[in-house]
Design a protein. Sequence first.
Length: 322
Amino acid sequence: MTTRHPPFDPELAAVLTAVHQHLSPSITFADIEALRANSLFAVADEDLRRNGTVDLRNFSVPGPPGAPEVSLLVLRPAGLAAGAPVFYHIHGGGMIMGDRRTGVGSVLDWAVDNGAVMVSVEYRLAPEHPDPAPIEDCYAGLLWVHKHAAEIGGDAGRIVVAGASAGGGLAAGVALLARDRGGPRLLGQVLMCPMLDDRFVTPSSRELDGEGIWDATSNMTGWNALLGERRGGGDVSIYAAPARATDLACLPASFVDVGSVETFRDEDIDYAARLLQAGVQCELHVWPGGFHGFDGMAPQASLSRTPSATRAAWVRRLLAAG
């Protein structure tokens, strides 16, 4: 029986054909080393400095107890006044690839447009460093940013966590950790197509087989790398897989979006609905015909322009209210 799913946006379908020449929708453990070395994902510091309009600094800060230091990339628009909002960015990559420069472009846009500081954290990757290493690294970085906000020109009371894909899942986990450990009080969380559920219980988690970006095989690879034999069982924390959280009360204002043709669709819709049911202000968007990460891979496509503008508008409203 063929699994049905919504159709891809026609313009994006053409992009997918080109993308699949360089990136398989089905990623296995055997692909991890090559993916990490793929120059397609490299981001140079010069690009981040934006012709000298953005100051760039690297910090090594204390990691979790007994663990190595955590690297932070701090990007600050030149001439920014002290006490600016802070975007704490967590990169994507399915828990198995990426670094603190991965996927920072859109969040850096928010920092430039709103007069904010951006901090991007580099966490240890699975499978070499399984759970809880990634989430604890991200939380350790957040604690440093909160404590040293003034040092980087930021306001400790206006920190927004943001991430896409695995980074979105880690951002959701960091927000839960901050709540449960009495940590920094966050202003908001931006969860872009977040990776939230290791259990493969939703229809969308099984819909894509050799299609789109990050299909069911890829998702199994990512979660197995992170959790090993615990994946899908009862011994997985809500911070590693936030979809497992049953209490979503007292979390910060939230933005969640996802494409209609991607593995994470249903878990993201459910998470947003439960945030609302828990009394959390949440805005949810499902982009019709969008594959995973479509707006980053095809930023000039007609559909891609809408998510970018919508997220930027939400961020502006959040900062204006906070």
